[in-house]
Design a protein around this ligand. Structure first.
Ligand code: NDP
Length: 479
């Protein structure tokens, strides 16, 4: 079984501690590889390599830098099948999803920012006697920390803009899903100059903690849980590091009676259960207007029950395994809690027995009805294949329900009434509102959440602004 290594200064090296963590296959519950248990010494080496590489990297022309990123995108595309199979084995996601979404999007992240950097402009402010212009320089060495649900997709979503803007990067994937990041580091090892990109594996509370505490790391781009985000903010704020925090969600999916029911149902099945519900943008609270509640519910349940659960490596599988045993247990506990609170299980409600026989961590897609809006099932992020469904009567009630959450990441609205679509989109306090669709992602748009879902925006020019420091230069015009 393979021992992974860290990419530091262009070399693939073992952790200095010599220690490794077990890496599990969620579909079998078995250890299949080992992840470096890196610590502050490995991070210090990585920061030192990045610091050495930084000046040269930030001074090469934008065209040259973009060429590196395009080459990385090509390498991802050329190895799409292998990376998708690895992602599926490591994360439990259906291989078809990794092949059609995760890995192509990882390549696209590099291609997009390779182009975007050539369009990135800064401002000039001109008056009679002076000209002000703004430089946007690289920050220096930056930290990119990503979660386990979309491993390569989210890691590259951070790395690509950071590199495009001229920074050198210390990246840490989740210790739970390190495989594609490791294979990626092998694939790009000889493409980038040594030290420009360093990928260090290990635990969040060791390697991650060392990144956020390192005084030479100028900025942290973090995607993960809200509690971890709060801890990172507390640690980094006194050091005045720049922070981008993409955190949890409890996203409402609002179905008005005038919607296109067929499309609302089929997309709601996807938005509830894609990647076993382990996507921060999944809709986990479905609110349906009373007139169509019964019809929507019956059709929705019928389609959920059709979802094909199975071995993630099978191309036909639509519901794979839950990423880790602790997370599997946490989701099952949430389902039991919902039952205790009086929730009626409309489908699912526990482990998928055939998967359990294989030793894997599988949960049946679960739909729960009859819970109060304020109960913990409707308020806490479960981050698994569990949704609640509730009726509402009026538009103001729907808006109130949607906003009754400490989170504010994403929402979906289903209506054929254009005026209502505008009114409700404006009133809902989430960073993203989808109208009659879900998960349509244009990489130029600002991406991020409000309230406990985070601070700052990723995507497009927002990401390039985050990874640069604006400097005002004022020149007197002396005629
Ligand atoms: P965590 O917050 O547990 O971990 C995220 C990353 O942070 C991992 O790499 C983790 O390492 C690392 N980490 C943990 N503790 C620290 C620390 N003290 N210092 C530095 N780094 C640390 O989140 P999960 O991996 O469990 O991801 C699920 C969460 O991510 C959900 O809440 C989900 O909503 C959110 N998410 C948000 C998205 C968004 O765009 N808003 C998108 C996708 C997910 P390790 O795993 O090795 O411990």
């Amino acid at each position: 079984m393979e021992q992974m290594r860290n990419l530091i200064g262009g070399q693939l090296v073992p952790p200095l501690s010599g220690q490794y963590l077990d890496n599990f296959n969620p579909a079998t519950g078995k250890v299949w590889s080992y992840v470096p248990r890196s610590n502050h010494e490995d991070i210090a080496n990585a920061v030192s390599a990045a610091s050495k590489a930084q000046k040269e990297w930030s001074e090469i022309s934008i065209d040259e830098r973009a060429k590196f990123l395009f080459r990385i995108a090509d390498v991802i595309d050329q190895n799409c099948e292998e990376l998708a199979a690895l992602e599926s084995k490591d994360q439990g996601k259906p291989v078809g999803l990794a092949l059609s979404v995760d890995i192509p999007r990882s390549g696209q992240n590099f291609r997009f920012f390779a182009s975007a950097i050539s369009q990135f402009s800064s401002e000039a402010h001109i008056d009679q006697q002076w000209v002000n212009y703004t430089r946007r320089d690289a920050l220096g060495v930056v930290g990119c920390i990503s979660p386990w649900n979309l491993p390569l997709y989210l890691l590259t979503w951070k790395i690509a803009p950071a590199l495009a803007a001229g920074n050198c990067v210390i990246a840490k994937p989740s210790e739970i899903t390190p495989a594609t990041a490791y294979r990626f580091s092998e694939l790009i090892q000889d493409i980038l100059p040594p030290g420009v990109l360093n990928i260090i594996h290990g635990r969040g509370d060791e390697a991650g903690e060392a990144i956020i505490n390192h005084p030479e790391v100028q900025a942290i781009s973090f995607t993960g849980g809200t509690a971890t985000g709060a801890h990172i903010a507390q640690t980094a704020a006194p050091m005045f590091k720049k922070l981008s925090l993409e955190l949890g969600g409890k996203n409402p999916n609002i179905i008005f009676a005038d919607c296109d029911l067929k499309s609302a149902v089929s997309t709601s099945v996807r938005s509830s259960f894609a990647n076993q519900g382990e996507i921060c943008l999944c809709g986990s609270r479905i609110y349906v207007q009373k007139e169509i509640y019964k019809e929507f519910k019956n059709e929705f349940i019928a389609q959920v029950e059709q979802l094909k659960q199975g071995d993630p490596s099978d191309n036909q599988t639509q519901q794979g395994a839950i990423v880790s045993k602790p997370h599997y247990q946490k989701i099952l506990n949430s389902i039991e809690k919902a039952k205790e609170l009086g929730g009626k299980i409309l489908c699912g409600g526990g482990p998928w027995e055939q998967g359990a026989k294989l030793g894997g961590w599988f949960i049946k897609p679960t739909v729960i009805e009859g819970l109060s809006i304020s109960c913990e099932t409707n308020q806490d992020e479960i981050f698994g294949p569990v949704v609640t469904i509730s009726p509402f009567e009026t538009e103001p009630e729907a808006i109130k329900l949607a906003n009754q959450s400490r989170y504010g990441l994403a929402s979906s609205i289903w209506t054929q009434d254009l005026a209502r679509a505008h009114r409700v989109s404006k009133a809902i306090k989430t960073g993203i509102v989808w109208v009659n669709c879900w998960m349509k992602r244009d990489l130029r748009t600002p991406f991020g959440g409000t309230k406990a879902s985070g601070v700052g925006r990723e995507g497009g020019l927002e990401a390039l602004r985050f990874f640069t420091e604006p400097k005002n230069i004022c020149l007197e015009i002396n005629e």
